[in-house]
Ligand binder design. Structure first.
Ligand code: HEC
Ligand code: HEC
Length: 391
């Protein structure tokens, strides 16, 4: 209904307007509106009892920048998820104690994820936050090291006590999980800011042609391709531009040292074996609703070589691309979809994808659209000095 009204207003206003808005059909306007509103409302994570709590956010922020979370005191989360680089590192593959096999994802909008990691081996933000701490190749720490830090540093001990109770009495493993839940509470505050696309979307919704016309024509044409012939929205849908699931788009998944990255197939196995998945007792969701996705996940052959559909907000700020950082620029990503080699997709793979054979202008339009998803100003809270804890 809104869409139809918007079209009428657009048509009326179009006469004589110097700046241009392409004549988006009612269906197209509806499709555009589905990529918002932005920012999304905050919904606390039911599996994390400190989700949304300001004291947990503060503790999590400190821990995020804390090199003592790593065994040798050399890495913090922020070493790889760099705040000034949209919380990624600009490298093809993450670099911890050794080089990793996968690209470091941006943590902006991470709370909207359904699964975590390129293979979805994590089903909650807090479980995913334990992984780098204990992974040998990343921070190589342990529950006992983290627990000792939280007990012995007076500032951490004070904060821990206020949130979770007396640290001296808590088992190491419970303290590691509590630290991860605080890290998750902080990461839930990381959101990308509004983009030129959001201004256009809202202007279309209001039927405000003058405001809509500020969105450059190449981006408008690219948006049309994205929704239409490109079929990008089959996977990159909704406000975060992802369906939250896993697909194979023919990115080679061979590893340098031989072997392959099994992608979602390996992720499901790890998830099911994890003592920290949402079916385990560390989840604070007593209704069991949060764990439904985990209970129903089933390993299938087709999962081999599938990777998570990344959200596309701020994508121009997070090169290089794909799970292994193999593609350097957005123009090359568009070329990948344009010249897609169907033989690269595994046999029972995707029926949605076909080579798009875009013209040079169409490719440039699609890139212009992707660039219009970048924030104009950060929406994440500014880092400010955190007052010392008074227990
Ligand atoms: C050595 C670099 C490195 C460090 C240190 C690191 N990460 Fe990561 N992070 C990565 C990489 C690489 C991935 C992708 C992992 C995968 O797909 O298997 C990732 C994935 C994630 C994800 C999943 C994001 C998504 O979109 O699914 C979260 C959340 C995360 N890291 C949080 C953290 C936190 C919290 C810390 C500190 C406790 C941390 N990371 C430390 C490199 C790092
Ligand atoms: C069948 C589902 C599907 C369709 C359709 C699809 N994508 Fe993707 N997209 C993915 C997956 C999965 C990845 C990650 C693949 C990997 O890392 O191996 C991805 C990655 C990307 C990336 C890289 C993002 C990053 O942060 O690394 C961009 C950009 C992108 N897609 C844009 C598009 C555009 C533009 C279209 C339409 C022409 C499109 N996608 C169509 C599933 C899809």
């Amino acid at each position: 209904m809104i869409a139809r009204a918007a079209i009428a207003v657009l048509a009326l206003a179009s006469a004589g307007a110097a700046a241009q808005v392409l004549d988006f059909s009612a269906d197209e306007v509806r499709a555009v509106l589905r990529h918002g509103p932005w920012p999304p409302a905050f919904v606390p994570d039911p599996s994390n009892r400190v989700s949304g709590q300001s004291e947990a956010i503060e503790l999590g922020e400190r821990l995020f920048f804390e090199p003592r979370l790593s065994r040798e005191g050399r890495f913090s989360c922020a070493s790889c998820h760099v705040p000034g680089l949209a919380f990624q590192d600009g490298r093809a593959q993450g670099l911890g104690r050794t080089e990793l096999d996968r690209n470091t994802p941006s943590l902006l909008n991470v709370r909207l994820n359904r699964w975590f990691g390129w293979d979805g081996a994590g089903d909650s933000l807090w479980a995913q936050s334990v992984r780098p701490i204990t992974d040998r190749r990343e921070m190589d720490s342990s529950a006992s090291q983290v627990a000792a830090l939280l007990r012995e540093d007076p500032e951490y001990a004070c904060r821990y006590r206020r949130l979770f109770g007396e640290p001296r009495d808590a088992p190491d493993q419970a303290m590691l999980v509590a630290a991860a839940k605080s890290l998750a509470a902080f990461q839930e505050t990381l959101l990308s800011g509004r983009s030129a696309f959001d201004e256009f979307r809202d202007a279309l919704g209001r039927g405000d042609r003058l405001a809509a016309a500020r969105y450059p024509i190449p981006a408008q044409r690219g948006l049309r391709l994205f929704l239409g012939r490109g079929a990008c929205t089959a996977c990159h849908l909704g406000a975060a531009f992802t369906n939250g699931e896993f697909h194979d788009i023919g990115i080679p998944f061979f590893l340098r040292e031989g072997g392959v990255d099994p992608g979602r197939h390996g992720g499901i196995r790890q998830l099911q074996a994890s003592p920290l998945n949402l079916l385990a007792r560390q989840s604070d969701d007593r209704t069991g609703a949060a764990a439904i996705k985990t209970r129903h996940v089933a390993l299938e052959h087709r999962n081999f070589g599938e990777f998570k559909v990344p959200g596309l907000r701020n994508v121009a700020l997070t090169a290089p691309y794909m799970h292994n950082g193999r593609i350097a620029t957005l123009a090359q990503v568009v070329r990948h979809y344009s010249e897609l080699d169907l033989d690269r997709l595994h046999a029972d793979g995707e029926a949605i994808l076909k080579p798009l054979r875009l013209s040079r202008e169409e490719s440039a339009d699609l890139v212009a659209f992707l660039e219009s998803l970048s924030e104009r100003a950060s929406a994440s809270p500014r880092r400010r000095p955190i007052a010392p804890c008074r227990g």
